[in-house]
Design a protein around this ligand. Structure first.
Ligand SMILES: Cc1cc2nc3c(=O)[nH]c(=O)nc-3n(C[C@H](O)[C@H](O)[C@H](O)COP(=O)(O)O)c2cc1C
Length: 223
């Protein structure tokens, strides 16, 4: 019998990050569901919450005096330990939450830049009819700026306080759409693990010539 080479291959390691501080967070519930679906598809899941990454407001003086805070070190570590990430994020006033943006800002200060080249999927849940989708479009921007490869499809659960029943999406059509989105993302992340895209150096500000602002340019990785 022929041996299946993928049988012994390590499974995809996935960080699933619920980006709300609230105990009864709808985004945490959706993240927990995403974690369960990903595990059913063979991923090894690291379920994280915003509380794991407590950081003060970004302040360049604090960074210069005390360095990057432990909460951002923890996110950097968990990004590096996993192959890909899912963020389940609330929408505040038609954008992302300030706490999440602040954490991204702190974490972006590491070199090499920890979001660069990582595959990510964006999810949201909200009691509103829009499901927090505008927040995801806002969130896509800093992630893509930082070099993350954000999956084209996103999933936003509208009226999440009613749509989530016993930890699952009660509407069959929505549930199957959610699972299909996750499955497609996991397939891409799995493929990218074995066939990485061509890696380019990440430069923080487009148009900045190499040699200027060295701290904002990651070194070109050797082939
Ligand atoms: C300051 C603030 C602004 C909000 N703005 C929006 C919004 O623009 N769109 C939306 O869908 N929900 C909005 N909401 C409602 C949140 O989506 C809702 O509180 C949600 O449950 C937060 O996510 P969580 O349950 O994961 O904590 C807002 C809530 C707050 C506190």
């Amino acid at each position: 019998m022929k041996e299946n080479p993928s049988a012994a291959a390590p499974t995809l390691k996935l960080l699933v990050f619920a980006a709300s501080l609230r105990k009864e967070s709808l985004n945490r519930k959706l993240a927990t569901l995403a974690a369960r679906v990903a595990a059913e598809h063979g991923a090894t899941v690291d379920l994280a919450s915003m509380n794991d990454f407590a950081v003060p407001s970004y302040d360049g003086d604090v960074e210069a005096g005390q360095g990057i805070p432990p909460g951002a070190h923890e996110l950097q570590r968990r990004l590096k330990d996993n192959d890909a990430f899912i963020v389940c994020a609330p929408e505040y006033n038609a954008s992302m939450s300030g706490a999440l943006k602040n954490l991204i800002d702190w974490t972006s200060r590491f070199r090499p830049q920890p979001f660069d080249g990582r595959h990510g999927l964006l999810l949201s849940a909200s009691p509103s009819l829009i499901g927090g989708n505008r927040g995801l479009w806002a969130l896509r921007m800093p992630f893509e700026h930082l070099g993350a490869r954000i999956f084209p499809d996103m999933f936003s659960l509208a009226m999440a306080h009613k749509a989530l029943v016993d930890g699952d999406i009660s509407d069959p059509a929505l549930r199957s759409r959610f699972k299909a989105t996750l499955q497609a993302f996991l397939s891409l992340a799995e493929a990218a693990k074995h066939y990485p895209c061509i890696k380019r150096a990440w430069v923080e500000f487009l148009g900045e010539p190499p040699g200027v602002g060295e701290d904002r340019v990651d070194p070109v990785p050797s082939a």
